[in-house]
Design a protein around this ligand. Structure first.
Ligand SMILES: Nc1ncnc2c1ncn2[C@@H]1O[C@H](COP(=O)(O)OP(=O)(O)OP(=O)(O)O)[C@@H](O)[C@H]1O
Ligand SMILES: CC(C)(CO)[C@@H](O)C(=O)[O-]
Ligand code: BAL
Length: 283
């Protein structure tokens, strides 16, 4: 039987709730989210439940990772159904600070990730993004002090950047990636998919199809540049504006020329109307 999760909205309430959860040294897993929960988030919660005794989900739409021109104001907020989904999954605690709790007046610190994992890809189109993500995830880790934290491979570069940050700053948390959950037609689930019109929704799975086609050609021994250019062309031909379609080393995210140089990952970001979608696959 599921029961309602505890909900904390202030730091003292969070610490009181965590003290209760940690009785008898129970392990804790954190699933950071911005809410508008879908089956991708639920898969992270289920993984967290397998790894740790207690599961905390944070719901916080983080203003510092949005540029002023981006969708912070219109980002979907579905609090009631989020709580119902987390209750059905038997989550122990929801951490739901508001902006003033996370960034009190006078807040003046930023964690800025560097190195090859941050270079290019998302950083080229959203230069504010990883600083905002690292700052809030660093705070979430020190607020909750989890043993484990679960992140989706859908945001693959984010996963690499956070893994690096947790290691560099000795945050004592095991960062764990989880595979991308997709709709039946291959579209990666994302809270922003609700922005797509019915026509755009029909076109959106081309991102996945194009990456799979490039993977097929790379595996067949085609030239890397040609295989990647072929995938990119499919996306442009479908009417998207392409931000990037690139192959990188799957662990370091450094540029990589051939399947013989290490594990590869194809990563894509593209815009359709007012919606920006990202996705990636292993080669
Ligand atoms: N389809 C998915 N499969 C697995 N994990 C996912 C999926 N979509 C999101 N996640 C993960 O859920 C966590 C919270 O992500 P977030 O709340 O931003 O949702 P989102 O769907 O990625 O939203 P957005 O559309 O804003 O990118 C992140 O670790 C993210 O990678
Ligand atoms: C990790 C995260 C919760 C930080 O705000 C966000 O970037 C997300 O939902 O992927
Ligand atoms: N899912 C990553 C959060 C963002 O794009 O803002």
């Amino acid at each position: 039987m599921s029961r309602s999760p505890m909900i904390a909205r202030t730091i003292p309430a969070l610490h009181r709730a965590l003290d209760g959860l940690r009785l008898r040294k129970a392990t804790v897993a954190l699933v950071p989210t911005m809410g508008a929960l879908h089956d991708g988030h639920v898969s992270l919660v289920r993984l967290a439940k397998r790894r740790a005794k207690k599961v905390v989900v944070s719901i916080f739409v983080n203003p510092t990772q949005f540029a002023p021109t981006e969708d912070f104001g219109s980002y979907p907020r579905t609090w009631k159904s989020d709580v119902a989904r987390l209750a059905a999954e038997d989550v122990d605690l929801i951490w739901n600070p508001d902006v003033k709790v996370m960034y009190p007046d006078g807040f003046a610190t930023r964690i800025v990730p560097e190195g090859p994992a941050t270079a290019g890809l998302e950083d080229r189109f959203r230069p504010h993004f990883f600083g905002g993500v690292a700052t809030v995830v660093g705070k979430l880790f020190t607020q909750v002090r989890p043993d484990f934290a679960m992140f989706g491979e859908k945001d693959y570069q984010q996963l690499r950047v956070i893994t690096q940050m947790a290691r560099d700053l000795d945050l004592g948390v095991k960062v764990t990636g989880s595979r991308t959950v997709r709709e039946r037609d291959g579209l990666a689930m994302s809270s922003r998919n609700v922005y797509l019109s019915p026509e755009e929704r029909q076109m959106a799975p081309v991102l996945y199809r194009a990456m799979k086609e490039s993977v097929r050609r790379l595996r067949a021994g085609d030239d890397t540049e040609a295989a990647i250019a072929g995938g990119a062309e499919m996306i442009v031909a479908a009417g998207f504006t392409l931000d990037y379609f690139e192959v990188r080393h799957a662990e370091t995210l450094a540029p990589i020329g051939s399947v013989n140089d290490g594990p590869m990952r194809i990563l894509v970001a593209a815009r359709l109307g007012k919606t920006r979608l990202i996705d990636n696959v292993a080669v």
